[in-house]
Design a protein around this ligand. Structure first.
Ligand code: HEC
Length: 115
C-alpha cells in the first residue's frame, strides 16, 4: 500500500474514533443520576428542557455548545456560577453543594441535549 493512502486510512480511523467518543451515549445509569441531580438541586426552578425560563433551556445550551469540548469548563460554571452569556441580567448562582464529579455529570448530560 502506498504510504499516502495508508496515512489517509489511519487518519480516517483516528478521526472516526474521536468523533464516536465525543458523541458517545451516556450509560443509562448516568442519565438517571443526572436527571436526579437536576431534579433534586433546584435546577428545574430556573431551567426547562425546551423552553426559556429564568435560565436558558437545556436543549438550547446543548445547541450552542454542540461540537465544542467545553465539558470541564461548563461543569466549573455550573458549580461556581455563570452570568452574562445569555443576554439578560439573570445569573446562574453557584451550586457549591454539588461535588465536582456531580457537576461534571450534569455538564456531560446537558451537552448531550439532556436525554
Ligand atoms: C436561580 C435560577 C437558577 C438555578 C437554580 C440554576 N440555574 Fe443554571 N442558569 C440560570 C441562568 C439565569 C443562566 C444564564 C446565565 C447567563 O446569562 O450567563 C443559567 C445558565 C446555566 C448553564 C449555561 C452556562 C453557560 O456557560 O452557558 C447551565 C449549563 C446551567 N445553567 C445548568 C444548571 C444546573 C445543572 C442547575 C442545577 C444544579 C442550574 N443551572 C440551576 C439560572 C439558574
Amino acid at each position: 500500500m502506498p504510504t499516502t493512502s495508508r496515512r489517509h486510512l489511519i487518519l480516517t480511523l483516528t478521526l472516526g474514533a474521536a468523533a464516536t467518543l465525543a458523541n458517545a451515549e451516556m450509560k443509562p445509569a448516568d442519565v438517571t443520576a443526572a436527571r436526579a441531580l437536576f431534579a433534586n438541586n433546584g435546577c428545574a426552578n430556573c431551567h426547562e428542557m425546551n423552553g426559556k425560563a429564568d435560565g436558558p433551556a437545556m436543549r438550547d445550551i446543548a445547541k450552542r455548545y454542540k461540537g465544542k469540548k467545553i465539558n470541564a469548563e461548563l461543569a466549573r460554571r455550573i458549580r461556581e456560577g455563570s452570568a452574562g452569556r445569555w443576554g439578560d441580567n439573570e445569573s446562574h448562582p453557584p451550586q457549591g453543594v454539588l461535588e465536582p464529579s456531580e457537576a461534571r455529570l450534569l455538564a456531560d448530560w446537558v451537552l448531550r441535549g439532556a436525554p
